[in-house]
Design a protein around this ligand. Structure first.
Ligand code: ADP
Length: 465
């Protein structure tokens, strides 16, 4: 008995969640660059431009941002994370960034630091990550934080840490300057947020329209294919009736004449009539092959799979082929181990498959030869070999042998449509198996061996009634 499979649930990731996760990863990487840029800019401002900056608070804020980013980095890499929390995580990142920027601005001159324009960058990133109502909320938060910072410094609730040596350091108390900057900042940021979200919504709408148009096209193509399929079925019914029936009737009439029911037939006439019967029967077989291959529906076969006992299924096939083997004086053997596992298969199609392979074996094996059907138990499948001691297949033909309408050129005419092996391949593939050929199957042997494997069903011979 096999242990039952543990119930492992793999969380589904929707395309938009996957995309969000990718962006979040990119933003985490970008934040490392941002922290590095802050440190470099501070060093450059102090050493090159001789600007006096409150170094320790700036470094502490950068360290706090780096620490948050480390947490974000661990989250995006964690295999146990839930992708459904991606949106919450995106909010956390943007809010952290806005808070970090506001604190940094406070320690580096507040309203006098031109880098307050970095709020625009964060709103841009928010537009990429968030849905429109959230973007507006984040925009309001950015405006609120900056206004609060500037207002608190203006009112003296927070100390103003000027960029010493860079600007006079009095601008933050000039009402006209403060109001002008805040109004310009708030209106521009709001406009950016509104216009960009509208544009994003428009792009999204167009994309959805295109997707719907594609879906409609696919639906039409599907309907067209259904129509073709109906026509094919109709044609097959027609072909089967209008071609096969008159041929079968003609064969019966000629056979009646050959058998002497319509009067005396001299030996010469009998010979010609018998040849006609053989050729007409070949033609009937050809039509049957065409009908068979065009009716072969792999999806339908896959739905027909049931636990099947190959050992039992083989018997009527051998009984069917035995007269031909006797007629050709070819030995027809089977090698079936007892207690063989059952397979998952379509009995009707497996019957057809074995007939095709044995028929070929008998067709290409001369008098005195041997055709053997062997069943064998493998680890995860049941293996079926059809081996013959016949003419074999030239090596250059082997790669194409399972293709539709492929036939090996031989000196003598042997009737066939080149569909027997392609039908066999389709049947095996519909069973989820593989079929292959070796010719010669041993260096010291003539002939060919066709092999296919079928998946085991969880039943053994004798387990089943
Ligand atoms: P057909 O119906 O024409 O026999 P198949 O698809 O069954 O078509 O076979 C394709 C070709 O493969 C045939 O033309 C035949 O020459 C070759 N072939 C198939 N089985 C054997 C075999 N057991 N031994 C030798 N040749 C074979």
């Amino acid at each position: 008995m096999m242990d039952p499979m543990p119930d492992v649930r793999i969380p589904e990731t929707r395309p938009e969640e996957a995309e969000l996760l990718l962006r979040l990863r990119q933003f985490v990487a970008l934040r490392w660059v941002a922290v590095a840029c802050i440190l470099v800019s501070v060093a450059a401002a102090q050493t090159i431009f001789k600007v006096r900056i409150a170094l320790m608070p700036v470094l502490a804020t950068s360290a706090a941002v780096a620490f948050c980013n480390l947490t974000f980095w661990l989250w995006v890499r964690s295999p146990a994370r839930s992708n459904r929390h991606g949106r919450v995580f995106a909010h956390a990142q943007i809010i952290t960034d806005l808070l970090g920027l506001t604190v940094l601005l406070h320690f580096t001159g507040g309203i006098e630091n031109p880098f307050f324009l970095f709020y625009f960058l964060h709103i841009g990133l928010g537009i990429i990550l968030l849905e429109p109502p959230d973007i507006h909320r984040v925009t309001a938060l950015a405006i609120g934080l900056f206004v609060a910072l500037v207002g608190a410094e203006y009112a003296g609730w927070l100390p103003h840490l000027a960029l010493g040596g860079f600007l006079p350091g009095e601008l933050y108390r000039q009402p006209a300057y403060v109001v002008a900057v805040l109004v310009a900042f708030a209106t521009t940021l709001s406009l950016v947020s509104v216009v960009a979200t509208r544009m994003a919504a428009e792009v999204q709408r167009r994309r959805e329209e295109q997707t719907q148009a594609k879906a409609r096209e696919l639906e039409q193509a599907h309907q067209h294919l259904d129509e073709l399929d109906r026509m094919r079925t109709f044609f097959l019914a027609l072909a089967s009736h209008d071609l096969k029936t008159p041929l079968a009737v003609a064969v019966n009439y000629i056979q009646t004449i050959v058998d002497g029911y319509a009067g005396e037939v001299d030996p010469k006439q009998r010979r010609w009539l018998e040849r006609s019967v053989v050729r007409l029967q070949e033609m009937l077989q050809l039509i049957n092959d065409f009908l068979d291959v065009s009716q072969l529906d792999e999806a339908r076969i896959a739905r027909e799979l049931v636990p099947t006992c190959l050992a039992t299924l083989v018997q009527p096939v051998i009984a069917e082929m035995a007269p031909r083997a006797r007629e050709k004086q070819v030995q027809l053997q089977t090698d079936i181990p007892p207690d063989l596992s059952w397979v998952l298969g379509s009995p009707k199609r497996l019957h057809q498959l074995l007939v095709n392979l044995l028929d070929n074996g008998l067709k290409f094996t001369p008098q005195g030869g041997r055709v053997t059907l062997t069943l064998a138990e493998e680890d995860d499948c049941v293996r079926v070999d059809v081996t013959d001691t016949g003419t074999g297949i030239p090596a250059s033909y082997l790669p194409h042998i399972f293709e539709d309408y492929f036939r090996v050129r031989r000196q003598e005419f042997i009737p066939g449509a080149g569909l027997g092996l392609s039908t066999a391949r389709r049947i095996v593939e519909a069973h989820g198996g593989k079929i292959w050929v070796e010719s010669p199957y041993r260096p010291d042997q003539t002939g060919s061996r066709f092999t296919f494997c079928l998946q085991k069903a969880s039943v053994k011979n004798g387990d089943h009634d």
